[in-house]
Write a protein that binds this ligand. Structure first.
Ligand code: SF4
Ligand code: SF4
Length: 726
């Protein structure tokens, strides 16, 4: 097993949420300050939510992470928290709201999480709900995104799940959460709230309300389950009626509620001949664009009437028609493709014979994030085509100046700046596995690597460049099933322990066993879902409830019938190389699994640093290990850097005037993981690496030893200088 974190560890080791937890207790009239995602969390508690669940993933991890640390508050209110092992199990949690008047919320990263949850969501949306059901998705789209670029909007459309896209300010976000539950109940339909990355992290304040304990809860249990109602089961013949109810009853009910509650915002402006219809989530950048053009301010005082859609599905046809009537031109600001809103609005204007000319993707890009700059350029094009009387010369000039400045900077630099790919943390336990795979490829040639979601995906980038496909979280073994039969060499699939429990166990391992797949699987057992903030998973040494380990990967694999199974400490590169070699070349058929064992270094450092600091304070002897490179020995071929990629390994000028090549150097951020020494040994590199132990609060024996060593070295150095002098 990996270096054990304390068995009693119950909290996320990444950071403590003490302030956030405190803010969840704020009551009537108090001012809440914080980020958008935390505002959602507080709004849930103010809305009388009975259960919350989710699967971690940026930008929504924070919601569940904070609730994990708020167990006392949840216990007081009777709110159940489920830390789900996948988005599918989170979505299925909402089944509680189908029959029972319970408000529930689940959360994940979209679009990937929504894809995983799709089956349960469809089966939730068909019968509909009696208790408010919210799905808060972190729309991981645009510059900071880490996944495929698609729109959750598509899912909402196809399953008839209403989609809220709140304007990114805290009062609107909180209002949408509270009204989202009501909308869900008024129309018996689940509601998805889409929060883009910037909306999750936008900071602000709102006036808090008291938290509300749900009427039915863990603290107030029902004596009997609700009687069976076949109409609420998503199974024929009920599904036929459910489809009709979606269209004939729930949709009009939702549209009525949207209008009655004023969920969409109309910002009036003096230019009645023009109009802008914008998704709520893009409203801030649109207002900023109008501000730059001198047609408004960033707070919503606009000169061009603007309809802010805090609900982007369903649209309310009468509301859109009323807004567009009498206008010469309307611009739809809709991020991403396809242009669902623009198409629907275009069809609506045509059907109702409304003459406003429709603009959108003709002046704005079809794909990519709508930053303030992108939207401002689109607005400029729109007004240039539709309003000759608006003087745009100053903003045009400002735009040209900015472009010229950028071009000049590029000219001065002389070449595009080198890209700086993201990579593993210093001392990451996953890096040595890829060093070993590179060494393996030196022996056996290129191997097809099926990569996966998680920190190990960094290996697809330089300096490893290992990985041919990524098909989804926990899908790497399944993704090699079609490749393996046509290759002479075995494929290697790499999967994290997070991916293993999320989907890899069933989609990958059971399918490979069932089909007698002859492949190699490396499971990175680092102990957490590290890439999403180091949350616990079933095989973690800790558990949020009782500090106990719940499941074990090796035991599970054996129970599945895996016979060829090795657990190797990741930092032991020679053993890892030998094991990989055996896995790839053995005559034994069937699935071969290597559990690469090593605790996430980021989590480990966060765990041990306070312990070391406390030990130092108590005056105890503490040893820190560091690696270094002997300047006089390094030849400057940098194979160590190419085989490791550790950020603590860099280059510096050679002290030898006869050598031009810079030499390798280890900087102070080295955590002494030992990979440098291991790689140098396994790859038979130059002997320039040395290991140093820094002893703090040394004992008498340490001091005596140092005196002896110093004397011997001094004596040898003295002899050497005499020899040189002769
Ligand atoms: S978070 Fe942990 S597993 Fe991920 S790259 Fe950093 S050390 Fe490695
Ligand atoms: S020992 Fe080498 S690989 Fe490990 S942290 Fe130090 S420089 Fe990086």
């Amino acid at each position: 097993m990996f270096d054990q974190p304390p068995a009693a560890a119950r909290t996320n080791p990444e950071r403590s949420f003490t302030d956030e937890v405190r803010s969840l207790r704020l009551g009537d009239g108090e001012i809440f300050r914080g980020e958008g995602v935390l505002a959602v969390t507080k709004a849930l508690l103010q809305s009388g939510v009975a259960y919350v669940g989710g699967y971690q993933g940026a930008p929504m991890s924070h919601l569940v992470d904070v609730l994990v640390e708020s167990q006392d508050l949840l216990d007081e209110l009777g709110v159940h928290l489920e830390t789900c092992t996948s988005e599918a199990s989170a979505a299925a949690l909402l089944g509680a709201s189908i029959n029972y008047p319970l408000r529930g919320c689940v959360t994940w990263k979209s679009i990937v999480g929504t894809n995983v949850a799709a089956d349960a969501l469809s089966n939730l949306a068909s019968p509909g709900v009696v208790g408010g059901a919210l799905i808060v998705v972190g729309e991981d789209y645009g510059e900071g995104a880490s996944i495929i670029q698609e729109r959750s909007h598509a899912f909402a459309l196809k399953s008839s799940v209403w989609l809220m896209d709140p304007r990114p300010n805290l009062p609107t976000i909180v209002h949408c959460v509270e009204k989202g539950f009501e909308l869900s109940e008024a129309s018996n339909t689940p509601v998805m709230i889409e929060l883009r990355i910037r909306a999750c992290h936008v900071s602000g304040e709102f006036v808090a309300k008291n938290n509300v304990a749900p009427a039915i809860s863990r603290n107030a249990r029902l004596a009997e389950p609700i009687p069976q109602d076949y109409a609420r089961i998503s199974h024929p013949p009920s599904t036929y009626l459910q489809e009709k109810l979606k269209v004939d009853v729930r949709l009009p009910a939702a549209q009525r509620f949207i209008v009655e509650q004023g969920l969409n915002e109309l910002l009036p402006g003096e230019r009645e001949d023009l109009g802008i219809i914008v998704q709520g989530g893009i409203a801030n950048v649109t207002l900023r664009g109008l501000d730059r053009l001198g047609l408004g301010d960033a707070f919503g005082a606009v000169k061009v009437p603007t309809l802010v859609l805090n609900v982007t599905y369903p649209l309310v046809p009468d509301q859109i028609a009323d807004f567009c009537k009498g206008k010469r031109a309307v611009l739809v600001v809709e991020e991403g493709a396809p242009d669902y809103l623009e198409q629907e609005i275009g069809a609506l204007l045509r059907k109702r014979d409304i003459g406003a000319r429709l603009h959108g993707k003709d002046v704005l890009p079809m794909a990519g994030e709508y930053t303030a700059e992108v939207v401002t350029e689109g607005l400029l094009k729109f007004f240039a085509q539709t309003a000759n009387d608006i003087d745009l010369s100053k903003p045009m000039q400002a735009l040209e100046t900015a472009r010229a400045g950028r071009a000049e900077a590029q000219r001065l630099i002389g070449a595009p700046l080198p890209l700086r790919p993201p990579g593993f943390c210093t001392g990451c336990p996953e890096r040595p596995v890829f060093s070993a795979i590179k060494l393996l490829e030196r022996e056996v040639g290129k191997v097809h690597i099926s990569a996966d979601i998680g920190c190990h995906a960094f290996a697809t980038l330089a300096p490893f460049n290992l990985g041919n496909t990524i098909l989804g979280y926990g899908m790497s073994l399944a993704a090699a099933a079609g490749v393996a039969p046509v290759l002479q060499k075995r494929t290697i699939s790499v999967m994290g322990d997070g991916g293993f429990w999320h989907n890899g166990l069933l989609s990958g391992v059971s399918s490979a066993m069932f089909n007698r797949g002859d492949r190699v699987l490396v499971v990175m057992q680092n102990g957490y879902t590290s890439a999403t903030g180091a949350q616990f998973l079933p095989s973690s040494a800790g558990n949020r409830r009782d500090g106990e380990n719940t499941s074990d990967i090796a035991t599970t694999l054996r129970a599945m019938g895996v016979r060829w199974l090795r657990t190797i400490r990741t930092y032991n590169v020679s053993t890892m190389l030998a094991t990989l070699r055996e896995a790839v070349t053995t005559k034994e058929q069937g699935l071969k699994v290597i559990i690469a064992d090593g605790e996430c270094q980021l989590a480990r450092q966060r765990r041990i640093r306070p312990q070391l600091a406390a030990a130092l304070k108590r005056g105890e002897r503490v040893i820190r290990t560091r690696y270094g490179i002997d300047d006089a020995v390094c030849t400057g071929d940098h194979s160590c850097i190419r085989l490791s990629g550790c950020p603590s390994l860099t280059i510096k000028p050679s002290p030898d005037p006869l050598r031009d090549d810079p030499i390798a150097s280890v900087v102070n951020s080295c955590v002494g993981c030992g990979l440098c020494g291991e790689v140098a040994d396994a790859a038979v590199l130059c002997p320039s690496f040395y290991k140093a132990e820094i002893v703090q609060n040394p004992s008498r024996w340490d001091r005596a030893l140092t005196r002896v060593r110093t004397a011997v070295i001094g004596w040898l150095q003295g002899k050497e200088s005499v020899a040189h002098a002769r």
